[in-house]
Design a protein around this ligand. Structure first.
Ligand SMILES: NC(=O)c1ccc[n+]([C@@H]2O[C@H](COP(=O)([O-])OP(=O)(O)OC[C@H]3O[C@@H](n4cnc5c(N)ncnc54)[C@H](OP(=O)(O)O)[C@@H]3O)[C@@H](O)[C@H]2O)c1
Length: 289
């Protein structure tokens, strides 16, 4: 087993669940099968998941509504992490929503749609570029979240899609408990950052741990999986769990079978040779995922 990590002031299992895949195609609109989506959430809790990642801009408003319908009143140990900073256009586009009014509205929407008095963790999702983290000050929007925390509407604050400079800026404004950036066995831009955050006890929560909308494919992953009687997706998750102790996983799926498969990755122990082989995946594929 891979144990727990303290997120804010709450211990969570290192293998959690990301709810984004529960919305409709393109994370826009309702799921094709609402009951199936509710069943995935209930199965996650039944399997012991106590960390769920979401946002009110998934759908929009769809994913949080599903979480509330499936799980409210919430188990005492469940930590729900949401994010603000974007809004969806009528065409499904993702647009920055960094003004104070938009941030306050987003927090109120999350509170209402999740059915809670305070949000466990709110990530400020930076939107300076469509192509990953890009420099730009987060002081103004983060001060708005810090004020909402002061008012008791938010318990803890994290950052998403950010650079090391933005994390340093953010830590000067308020406590930052987690960073959620794109990272997986192929996409390793944050290697140094992860180790720096580990030293400071800050959780690193990779999004797209399985490659996102086009799940990872690599002969190295498949070979390692075959040797350990596991699946490539389980190996991708087990690699992340062994990569650093502050990594918390939120793999996304709309399938109960995939959920169970992914959670079983907590039982896998990757030998050193497998870790070394997997280090070669990024080099063999390039950082395309
Ligand atoms: N902060 C951000 O900017 C940001 C961006 C993206 C995502 N996120 C968060 O990160 C979470 C994880 O990211 P993600 O869901 O986009 O990507 P992911 O976890 O890397 O991969 C999800 C994809 O993999 C498939 N999949 C899952 N388990 C599988 C398995 N065992 N075998 C084969 N395919 C499998 C899913 O399809 P099926 O549904 O068919 O299983 C889906 O297509 C999201 O749920 C969301 O909460 C945050």
């Amino acid at each position: 087993m891979t144990g727990t990590f303290t997120l804010g002031n709450r211990p969570v299992k290192r293998l959690g669940y990301g709810a984004m895949q529960l919305a409709g195609p393109g994370v826009f609109g309702p799921p094709k099968d609402r009951n199936a989506a509710l069943a995935v959430l209930r199965e996650a809790i039944a399997c012991g998941v106590n960390h769920i990642d979401t946002s009110d801009f998934y759908g929009p408003h769809i994913t949080n509504g599903l979480i509330r319908e499936a799980l409210h009143p919430y188990p005492d140990d469940l930590v729900i992490v949401t994010k603000v900073g974007a809004r969806r256009g009528a065409d499904g586009s993702w647009n920055p929503a960094f003004s104070p009014a938009e941030l306050v509205q987003a927090v109120q929407d999350n509170l209402r749609n999740l059915g809670v008095d305070a949000l466990d963790v709110v990530n400020l999702r930076a939107m300076f570029s469509d192509h990953g983290p890009a420099e730009g000050s987060i002081e103004g929007p983060l001060a708005v979240l810090a004020e909402l925390r002061h008012r008791g509407l938010i318990r803890h604050i994290g950052l998403s899609n950010v650079t090391p400079a933005q994390i340093a800026e953010g830590r000067g404004i308020c406590e930052i408990v987690c960073v959620q950036n794109h990272y997986n066995v192929v996409h390793r831009t944050d290697d140094t950052l992860i180790d720096d955050l580990a030293r400071d006890g800050i959780a690193y929560v990779p999004y797209f741990p399985l490659g996102g909308f086009t799940p990872l494919q690599s002969s190295i992953l498949s070979d390692v999986a075959q040797g350990l009687a596991a699946t490539p997706m389980q190996i991708a998750l087990a690699w992340l769990l062994r990569r650093a102790p502050n990594i918390l996983l939120i793999p996304g799926t709309s399938s109960i079978a995939h959920l169970q498969e992914n959670l079983s990755a907590a039982e896998l122990e990757l030998p050193d040779e497998a870790m070394a082989a997997l280090d070669g995946v990024a080099a063999s594929i390039g950082s395309s995922h």
